[in-house]
Design a protein around this ligand. Structure first.
Ligand SMILES: [Zn+2]
Length: 270
């Protein structure tokens, strides 16, 4: 089996996780900037975090032979402070030049507040000005449907944004249709306790097809499973989906989307 983990918060994982992922066939891991479990208080805190994502974590991953890529932003959970958000957004361009940076993410909404929308708009503008891919986090539970609608409307209203260069992550049964119908990519996040289980994700693939969809584990500091994607692949095998179908979902699809960034280059398979 080969797969790409397109959304993993590796700074919160151990070296054992790296070892397990590579053993299971992981060919690359992509790490979006996220909320660290506490609110950072200064742009300097984000500067150091961006250094961690673009310089230090790739070195740690390389020790296990795993190519590591990253996405940069201030997470919606920290976007209530619009002054801090503007300061953080102003330091991102210098990091976009780093070799493994794929785009702006994971941006989006958390509580669908006015300030979050303002900061989302600034991020979308940043991506458009620097011709970057976009990775979007959608809110949880009761805020998801409304938040996803707000996000899609905002992206669609900016004529510089191409839907095929944006992935809307954490989709569920009630949001996947509108995301795909608008031409965007959809990400399904496999979580043991919330978001989406493997069974539900495979049901959605069977219903909506495999075009413009990827799966990720999001593995972060909370209850999450870094091997969720290969485990979902085993469940697809149990349902007797052919190897080519599974390979498309867990390897070829993320490969196609991510290859739209010139910085996404994988070493040749030996
Ligand atoms: Zn995430």
């Amino acid at each position: 089996m080969r797969y790409i983990e397109p959304h993993g918060h590796m700074v919160s994982r151990t070296t054992d996780d790296y070892q397990d992922m590579v053993t299971a066939g992981c060919a690359a891991v992509c790490e979006p900037a996220f909320w660290a479990g506490f609110d950072r208080n200064s742009a300097d805190g984000f500067y150091d975090y961006f250094c961690q994502l673009t310089e230090h974590e790739p070195k740690r991953a390389a020790k296990f032979g795993l190519p590591h890529f990253s996405w940069l932003c201030i997470n919606p959970k920290e976007s209530e402070n619009v002054v801090l958000a503007a300061e953080v957004i102003s330091i991102i361009p210098e990091f976009l030049k780093k070799p493994g940076v794929l785009g702006i993410g994971e941006i989006g909404l958390n509580k669908n507040s006015r300030n979050e929308l303002k900061v989302l708009e600034s991020h979308v503008d940043l991506a458009a000005r620097h011709d970057q891919l976009i990775l979007v986090h959608t809110p949880h539970l009761e805020d998801k449907l409304k938040g996803t609608r707000l996000i899609l409307d905002l992206l669609k209203s900016d004529s510089r944004i191409k839907p095929e260069r944006c992935i809307i992550d954490h989709v569920e049964e009630h949001t996947i249709g509108m995301v795909l119908d608008s031409g965007f990519w959809a990400g399904m996040t496999l979580y043991p306790e919330s978001k989406c289980t493997s069974a539900r994700a495979i049901d959605m693939l069977e219903k909506f097809g495999t075009d413009r969809i990827w799966m990720n584990s999001a593995c972060d500091w909370g209850v999450s499973v870094p091997l969720a994607v290969p485990r979902a692949a085993l469940e697809m095998r149990k349902r007797e989906h052919p190897h080519s179908w599974i390979d498309r979902v867990i390897y070829q699809n993320p490969f196609s989307f991510l290859s739209q960034s010139p910085n996404f280059k994988l070493p040749p398979v030996q």
